[in-house]
Design a protein around this ligand. Sequence first.
Ligand code: FAD
Length: 433
Amino acid sequence: MNNSSKPTALVIGAGLGGLLSAAKLATSGYEVEVFERLPMIGGRFTNIDYKGFSLSTGALHMIPHGPTGPLAQMLESVGANVNIVRSKPMAVIRIPLKKEDNDYKNGYTDIPFGKFPDPLSAINRLKIAVLMLVTKTFPPKNGSLEEWFTRYIKDEWLVKLADSFCGWSLSLKGADTSAKEAFSIFSNLYRYSGSGVPIGGCKAVVDALADVITSNGGTIHTDKEVLRILVENNKAIGVEVNGNKHFADIVISDIGHIETNKLYEGVDSSDEYRQYLEKLKKIRPSAGIKICLAADEPLIGHGGVLLTPYAKRVNGINEVTNIDPNLAPPGKHLAVSHQCVQWDKLDELEQEIELGLQDINDIFAGKKYEVLLIQSHSGGWPVNRSASGLDVNVKNTTPINNLFIVGDGAKGEGGIEVEGIALGVVNTMETIL
Ligand SMILES: Cc1cc2nc3c(=O)[nH]c(=O)nc-3n(C[C@H](O)[C@H](O)[C@H](O)COP(=O)(O)OP(=O)(O)OC[C@H]3O[C@@H](n4cnc5c(N)ncnc54)[C@H](O)[C@@H]3O)c2cc1C
């Protein structure tokens, strides 16, 4: 690099955050090089072919705010051609037929997401209506979503629903989700009218971004792990890969603040840097388990999410083949369940998987399906590198000049999953460009 007069950028990691940043910079006059340690691009947002089914390395092939959200807007702005189809309905909630039951064994019914107050008593329905109105003007400032609900309305149903919704969308319990962040997310869900599925799955998105990068002169290297970020006078000046030094005007890292911080040394021990390290101690990843199911007949029958608040572990299930049948072999369906793994259960993954399988048995009692693959996501390959709400204090900058962090370790406020990544990239680009 540096042979031309163009400004230059190096990107560490070809996940969604890295590719979005590289595409934006490549289309804004930068000379861009992306380094990815794996032999493939896309990180936790691409497809893996398994028995003809397009499973994924992470995401459930869902874009939370569909064809109009921040990610879709950013894809359009860089010229990445992806067809995102709106999920209809957005979500339904499975509740037991008999009010007194605490599981699905004696039958169930599915209600639209918007009718979530229905199982409440008349007085609590009134309370929740008032509460939702008041919250629009005065959003909660602190505490968890569970604390916030139970402060005003003591009802087990709302706790279950919060766990199911937050477990599905953030891989967190309601008790671990900040009420402030949850309400920003709710209002964005309604603002953008719900989720969508990219035709071709996650891979369609990352392939379209890779096309934009390379057709604008950028380079993506796979099998190239960045082992060091070169810093001079508190400024990032390049990276070291396989013993070779590459220099650039800016360095963008898609591997989160904590992992990035391990790649540089020799920085000053200023107050700002010490405060930054303190903030990093508060970041925790969120973990989850995905169970991929194959069936000859649809198990859900629509492209939205089936939320399962009465299951022991499974928070929700989607069936993307109702939107893109090509994600499975002809005549087959692909349904994927997701369950959050709480931080104190990380050493008990096998038991958690067993409970998830029991749930699926109850939820789809009487239906024929095959368990294709079970994937657990924690540690270095988590659901979110920083659990939602824990990354709002660190933003996309670092104490090192010209070193920026993107991806799900530095999401924008109120940004759920890949929408948060897009918002974080927008913030980063506003600073750089
Ligand atoms: C089970 C599960 C379900 C999910 N469901 C959804 C969903 O339906 N919708 C949604 O919006 N989001 C979902 N997510 C979240 C979403 O998948 C992630 O937030 C997103 O893919 C993360 O992208 P990223 O770019 O931040 O990181 P990554 O995808 O992790 O990319 C980082 C890349 O950097 C590479 N790398 C690491 N270290 C180095 C190094 N030193 N040098 C070079 N390369 C390096 C890695 O190999 C990786 O490819 C889900 C995640 C999981 C796990």
